[in-house]
Design a protein around this ligand. Structure first.
Ligand code: AMP
Length: 321
């Protein structure tokens, strides 16, 4: 499928048969402090980051809700990404847009949440518009698992649905999360969340336990140690991108853009076999490596197609994908 920002050549896959990719999640206003800099009220949110990364490889349909206080410049940034269909972005009159504040500690690996203002995200969830109901690849950004399940029901043609989650839902909505796991094909979570959900510290064993709830694969992220994908047909691993200290400006969005690169590679190839999933892990890692180089969506949005393709080639060699 023709797409202005696409990186068409950088995969060993057979001819692309791109399938529609839908993401649901937050579009928010972030305030981020790092030891050396700060960004005030910049565009963020899980779906915004995901879309910025995924749209570099394939068109994306975005479903989310904002208030009418979303700055016009943030809306223009989303429009300017190119390849992101915003017909599922609902603006609620009088509502407040999701806002989040985070502060990184000296090593930039640890983050403290300073505030989370849910605003319209605490109200009724958005609807998947009729024109998006035929989406085949679906990513359910992190929110209450019952809301994720409700959104998923609105996409009956899905071929591959993947959900993100977090420690909060494992604690307060365990049963709903287990129910969601019986409906999705994949789950993305970090190693401490996988341990919390299964009671097992080993990422591969934990991943296997998660498959027992229903999904075909689980991606367990291990921060600076990369990620492992546990699949019914085997296991795939990917190291983290070997980033030098001066490459990291703001890690916010690394997880969401990892998911964006991962899902976009599946959607653009129309496949989800273990080899394609392994390539997708590398694409996710490449997108995250650009995201951490700047605040907000800037790092991944301004990388040129040549930058992306070159880093993928270098990384794939390194990772022996
Ligand atoms: P990441 O660094 O990949 O974990 O993603 C950070 C992004 O997630 C930021 O842009 C936040 O606006 C957004 N975010 C933070 N907390 C939440 C939450 N509870 N639900 C959904 N999105 C969130």
């Amino acid at each position: 499928m023709a797409h202005a920002n696409s990186v068409a050549d950088a995969s060993s896959s057979a001819p692309a048969a791109a399938r529609p990719l839908l993401v649901t999640g937050t579009i928010g206003i972030d305030t981020v402090e790092t030891p050396s800099a700060r960004a005030d009220r910049v565009l963020g949110g899980s779906a915004a980051y995901f879309a910025a990364a995924a749209s570099r490889l394939t068109p994306v349909r975005l479903v989310g809700v904002v208030g009418d206080d979303l700055p016009a410049s943030h809306r223009s940034t989303l429009e300017g990404l190119g390849g992101v269909d915003l017909r599922g972005l609902e603006t609620r009159a009088g509502g407040k847009t999701f806002a989040w504040g985070g502060k990184y500690l000296l090593n930039l690996n640890e983050r403290e949440t300073l505030f989370t203002e849910l605003g319209v995200v605490a109200e009724a969830p958005p609807r998947v518009p009729e024109v998006f109901a035929d989406s085949e690849f679906v990513f359910l950004g992190n929110t209450h698992p019952a809301v994720q399940a409700g959104l998923l029901e609105q996409v009956p043609s899905r071929a591959v649905a993947v959900a993100d989650t977090m420690d909060l839902w494992i604690n307060v909505a365990h049963d709903e999360l287990v129910h969601l796991l019986s409906k999705v094909d994949g789950i993305v979570l970090n190693d401490s969340e996988a341990a919390q959900l299964t009671g097992v510290r080993n990422a591969i064993t934990a991943g296997r336990r998660i498959l027992g709830y229903g999904p075909t694969f689980a991606v367990v992220k291990k921060g600076e140690h990369g990620a492992v994908l546990v699949h019914r047909d085997g296991v795939a691993v990917v190291p983290a991108f070997p980033a030098e200290e001066d490459m990291v400006v703001d890690p916010t969005g690394a997880g969401d853009t990892f998911a964006g690169g991962f899902m976009a590679h599946l959607a653009r190839t129309g496949r989800s076999d273990l080899d394609t999933l392994q390539e997708a892990l590398a694409w996710g890692t490449v997108m995250a490596s650009f995201t951490i180089g700047a605040f907000s969506l800037d790092g991944v949005a301004r990388a040129t197609p040549a930058d992306l393709a070159e880093r993928y080639r270098r990384f794939a060699r390194h990772a022996r994908v």
